[in-house]
Design a binder for this molecule. Structure first.
Ligand code: PAF
Length: 289
């Protein structure tokens, strides 16, 4: 189990990735904020299966935290993270400091208009500008052919796809299925902050999403009817505060009235210890009303 090469300097990682590309290697990129779990491991594994070289980034990006306390408390576990990277055969890990990533005089941001406002954008103003800005920088510093992101953060995924298309980044974006605990809770670095009673309730999010998905699969196209089922299932929550439970277009994130193209049912629920998000895909069933 070889340890990955750890690089802290932006100029060095760019030089290394550029040299690998020049020598004909396919490079896969897995951007993370560390505190890696089985969900991240699945991204690293897929990248390893598809590319010669895998580079992960571990950087807790201050620009995407609208709450300084959340940034302070964000779990930082570099030794465990490097062990997971090693176990998944990751070749390079880029771990810059905030100072190396953001010069004091920096004023440029990347804003993906429209996609940053709905859903999580309502509760986390500025979050997606921070995500788009750091991902754009990472794509420049690690010019890989393919980047891997988890479907759990599907708003982030939609926004990154749009940014890549709009700004002509030469990189393919692969989405990977959400990895879940046995009871259905989507894995997240924040889950361990849940109180035991809240952790016990949390699988209801996935159950509500599955109920909506099952209704769509049975041929229901009317979003008003899907919504009723969604509200009924989310109504079982007693402890968490529902921030949103929405059905939106899978690409534009705009509200949907009829299920005629791929959509997404998405939820966010706030518990005192952690805010949870989750989503599932909804596909219109062909030939039904
Ligand atoms: O999904 C994450 O961990 C982060 O938002 C990302 C994409 C690494 C950017 O900081």
């Amino acid at each position: 189990m070889a340890r990955p090469t750890v690089v802290a300097e932006p100029a060095e990682i760019r030089q290394r990735i550029t040299a690998l590309r020049a020598s004909g290697q396919a490079v896969g990129l897995v951007p993370t904020m560390g505190n890696l779990h089985a969900g991240h491991a699945s991204l690293l594994r897929r990248a390893k299966a598809e590319c010669h070289t895998v580079a992960a980034t571990i950087f807790v990006n201050p620009l995407q935290f609208n709450d300084p306390e959340d940034l302070r408390k964000y779990p930082r576990t570099p030794d465990e993270d490097l062990a997971i990277c090693a176990a998944e055969g990751t070749d390079l890990v880029f771990m810059p400091t905030p100072e190396a990533m953001y010069r004091p005089q920096a004023t440029t941001i990347v804003q993906v208009r429209g996609l940053e406002d709905p859903l999580c954008g309502q509760q986390r103003p500025g979050h997606f500008v921070g995500v788009a800005t750091v991902v754009a920088k990472l794509f420049h510093l690690l010019p890989a052919q393919v980047a891997y992101f988890g479907e759990k953060d599907f708003q982030q995924l939609a926004l990154i796809r749009r940014m890549v298309a709009d700004l002509d980044f030469d990189i393919a974006i692969r989405s990977c299925p959400t990895v879940r605990d046995a009871d259905g809770l989507a894995l997240s670095s924040r889950n361990r902050r849940l109180a035991p009673e809240d952790r016990a309730e949390a699988p209801l999010l996935h159950q509500a999403l599955l109920a909506v998905q099952a209704l769509a699969e049975s041929g229901e196209h009317e979003v008003a009817t899907l919504r009723q089922e969604f509200d009924r299932a989310m109504g079982k929550l007693r402890r968490g505060k529902v921030e949103y439970a929405e059905i939106v277009d899978a690409d534009t994130l705009a509200p949907v009235v009829r299920l005629e193209r791929p959509a997404r049912a998405a939820v966010a629920v706030a518990y005192p210890g952690a805010r949870l998000i989750d989503n599932v895909g909804l596909l219109p069933r062909k030939g039904s009303s």
